[in-house]
Design a protein around this ligand. Structure first.
Ligand code: EPZ
Length: 417
């Protein structure tokens, strides 16, 4: 069982280059099975979730290889329509293959995605949208079987919630459907816009990405293309939090300030000085961080739920009381118990977390509960006095490329054992 050992109390400095966005790479890798030509996905991060997607694409019949930062998906036909349980279990978000698989082969049979550490992960919005597009969906014994006779039909789909995954799956089902699909109350995350940019470069006809209404006009076929993935905004928040919590001053290279509009004011409220120019963000922490009055997670462009645990780790050592409201996932406070083990003072009332800042945290042994919860423990350990051992590091490796090397290069005392 891999562990990260961190000795806290060393302010971070220097600079770090951001990886390609995990939550953009995953839907784009799924989208490549729709293309008839070779695809080159540049800045594809080296993450276990991306490896899992590559395994699925290989299983479905396409050649996949990594060349430096690029993942090359060879042309060739998709010869299967099922994704075995073992591969589905490897990555919960493999449900993103459903839309593309149905569109490409007229059939998809996948196991119900395992719940995950954030509480239930229903896919009812995905399924009801597919039914509106003419797909017959049956669910039994944990298996989802989808079939469509002939082509998928364009439809007008109104989402009760701007679900990121449902928006992506509908787009992937609609790009080669017969007719036009309109999604209202679509998710507006930058990763959706990046997916649409990839698809349009392959010949798709889509407008409205980044807005609440997206219109997709079905086309006959898609070619392959070259695409560079956008920088990972949640990785950016993670390093900003690490620098703030450790009392340092450092630069993030490759950040897109526009993607961080809801996050930067929070760090400024804590007393950090943030300057951004030409894709570089420099964050300098104050002597003593101030509390954040109120953080409410919302769909983009609001404060991202993926940043909640990470910024909460910083809030545990701020002077004063910070309030968090998690409105997106019901089970996204599992990192709180682990932070409490380090001396954090946090009260949970249903979706509300009240964080009383303490003078310092103390290093101890803690366990990563999920991807962003694990990142929160790293941030807390960098601020803590003494040594922290973080176990279940595989959660962290799903979303962070090379995290111990990047942090070491910024002056952190961290090693993987
Ligand atoms: C994506 O998950 C991201 N994952 C998540 O990032 C992110 O937290 C989430 O969007 C919200 O921004 C990827 O992009 C791979 P949703 P997704 O569908 O698509 C409910 C990380 O840490 N819902 O927007 O699963 C759902 O239960 C991961 O990188 C339904 O009720 O998120 C949740 O409460 C974690 N029915 C809410 O919507 C559905 O059919 C948001 O889910 C679908 C979703």
């Amino acid at each position: 069982m891999k562990k990260l050992i961190i000795d806290g109390g060393f302010p971070l400095g220097g600079s770090v280059k951001l990886q390609g966005a995990k939550n953009s790479a995953l839907p784009i890798l799924a989208a490549t099975i729709l293309c008839d030509g070779e695809c080159c996905i540049d800045s594809c991060p080296r993450l276990s979730d991306c490896d899992a997607s590559m395994d699925i694409i290989r299983y479905l019949g396409r050649g996949v290889r990594r060349e430096d930062n690029c993942v090359i998906i060879g042309d060739g036909s998709i010869s299967r329509y099922d994704i075995p349980e073992s591969l589905m279990r490897e990555m919960r978000s493999s449900i993103i293959f459903l839309g593309a698989l149905i569109a490409k082969t007229g059939h998809a049979s996948v196991s119900f995605p395992g719940g995950c550490e954030l509480g239930p992960r229903p896919i009812d919005l995905h399924i009801s949208a597919f039914r509106q597009m003419g797909v017959t969906v049956s669910e039994n014994h944990g298996l989802i079987d989808c079939t469509v006779r002939g082509k998928l039909k364009g439809a007008t789909i109104s989402l009760p919630f701007p679900s990121v995954g449902a928006t992506e799956n509908i787009i992937l089902a609609a790009v080669t459907a017969k007719g036009t699909t309109v999604i209202s109350n679509a998710a507006r995350e930058p990763e959706i816009t990046d997916l649409v940019c990839f698809l349009v470069n392959c010949g798709a006809r889509i407008c409205g990405a980044g807005e609440s209404t997206i219109t997709i006009e079905g086309v006959e076929r898609l070619d392959g293309t070259y695409h560079r993935i956008i920088p990972d905004r949640i990785e950016a928040v993670t390093y900003m939090s690490a620098v703030a919590a450790s009392g340092g001053s450092a630069e993030l290279r490759g950040a897109v300030p526009e993607h961080l509009r809801a996050v930067v004011p929070i760090f400024e409220e804590m007393g950090c000085n943030i300057v951004s120019h030409d894709g570089i963000i420099r964050l300098t922490a104050p002597k003593r961080l101030g509390a954040v009055k109120y953080i409410r997670t919302m769909p983009y462009p609001g404060f991202p739920t993926d940043a909640q645990a990470i910024v909460m780790a910083v809030a545990t050592v701020c002077g004063g009381t910070s309030i968090f409201v998690e409105t997106i996932f019901s089970g996204r406070y599992r990192h709180v118990d682990e932070l409490r083990r380090m001396g954090a003072n946090i009260k949970i009332e249903d979706r509300v977390a009240i964080v009383e800042g303490v003078n310092s945290l103390s290093g101890t042994s803690v366990d990563s509960t999920d991807l962003r919860g694990g990142a929160a423990l790293i941030v807390a350990a960098l601020a803590a006095e003494g040594r922290t051992e973080i176990s279940s590091v595989h959660h962290i490796d799903r979303g962070y490329e090379n995290i111990e090397n990047k942090l070491s290069s910024m002056g952190a005392k961290i090693k993987r054992v």
